[in-house]
Design a protein around this ligand. Structure first.
Ligand code: GLY
Length: 362
């Protein structure tokens, strides 16, 4: 089954294809969108072991000349050193402006490779082949690319749209269970910010959702997340306003990731904790009902994600909030909900209330 979504951005529009066992269609799809010449497939050692071969074979069968670069797996790969190493690999592979790059992997690979594609020769085309749930529903769609600095995540980057996104749901079968569950945090987020019936459907199908092999359900779920993301990005590509709703749960989530040390608490786990924080703040500030707040806490808990954070003290977390790139004049901004399916952006919370909400999560 193939689930098609269009990201409608004028001349930068592109399609997202979601399906089970579709990776071997990559070469044909690249040809259909007008890509040509040489292609450098960039992946990491975990993903490459399973999927680099079929990716290259599909591209070569369609007439492309391929090279492969394999990176170490993990968040620490998303750094400036790797960007420069990849520029050298692009040159070795003979990539010119008629060539393109395929990002084969999760969010780290997609963000890093997208940034390399955005900047090598002032920009060459690239294709996203997300293999983690997080990358399929969020990071591969919408053109945010970038790397981390020691001071914080994603502090350097560019908006740069891919030419095509192809998500093969079968790749979720080789994803670590912890990563899969963490990806579900972003799935739940779409229900909270945009689509109450979708949230309800997720609540009703928790058991099935926890099975990464249930590709029929996942095609619908991933497809719906991509539709929502595409709709938001089409209205606000460069995050002038609306796009920031996608950051629900991320203000505190990013801070927890940073305080814990990157990789200790993974992104979706941070988003889960941050979403509970935002839901509790929403009860006081934007009229979210207690019932909806509890539904939000319960669904993250049912997925097996953390909803408390006893190990991190407020003063460390507050310092981490100050370096978040969404913070203005030291004041963190929050996306808050008035009900499930409706949020708005730009809320400030008093220092005292932030600390109280945090203490309640210990
Ligand atoms: N991950 C949030 C965004 O793409 O805007």
């Amino acid at each position: 089954m193939l689930y098609d979504v269009l990201v409608n951005l004028g001349e930068r529009s592109y399609g997202i294809d979601v399906g089970a066992g579709v990776l071997d269609r990559l070469g044909g799809l690249c040809g259909e969108v007008g890509l040509k010449g040489k292609v450098l497939v960039i992946t990491d050692e975990n993903v490459g072991e399973h999927y680099a071969h079929i990716t290259r074979k599909s591209l070569e069968t369609a007439g492309f000349t391929t090279s492969l670069a394999t990176l170490p797996a993990g968040e620490q790969t998303k750094c400036g050193d790797q960007v420069f190493k990849l520029y050298s690999r692009c040159i070795e592979a003979g990539l010119d402006r008629n060539s393109f790059i395929v990002a084969l992997g999760g969010g780290v690979v997609g963000d890093l490779v997208g940034y390399v594609a955005a900047t090598y020769l002032r920009g060459i085309p690239f294709v996203q082949v997300p293999t983690s749930l997080l990358a399929m529903v969020d990071s591969s769609v919408g053109g945010k690319t970038g790397i981390n600095l020691p001071e914080g995540k994603n502090l350097v980057g560019a908006f740069y749209q891919p030419k095509l996104v192809l998500a093969d749901l079968e790749s979720l079968g080789t994803l670590a269970n912890r990563e899969y569950r963490a990806g579900l945090a972003e799935v739940i987020k779409y229900g909270i910010i945009y689509d109450a019936p979708f949230f309800q459907m997720l609540e009703d199908n928790i058991e099935d959702l926890l099975n990464a092999g249930n590709t029929e359900l996942l095609a619908k779920v991933v497809g719906r997340c991509c539709e929502i993301k595409a709709a938001v990005v089409a209205q606000d590509e460069r995050e002038g306003g609306l796009r920031a709703i996608l950051n629900f749960g991320h203000t505190v989530g990013h801070a927890v990731e940073k305080v814990a040390g990157y990789g200790q608490v993974i992104h979706g786990e941070g988003v889960s904790i941050g979403s509970v924080f935002a839901a509790r703040a929403s009860v006081e500030l934007t009229g979210l009902s207690q019932v909806d707040c509890i539904r939000i806490e319960n669904i993250f808990q049912a997925i097996g994600l953390p909803v408390n954070a006893p190990d991190y003290n407020w003063s460390d977390l507050r310092t981490a909030l100050t370096v978040d790139k969404k913070t203005v004049d030291g004041r963190p901004k929050f996306v808050l909900a008035s009900k499930i399916g409706r949020v708005d952006i730009g809320h400030e919370i008093s220092e005292k209330r932030m600390e109280q909400i945090w203490s309640g999560m210990g």
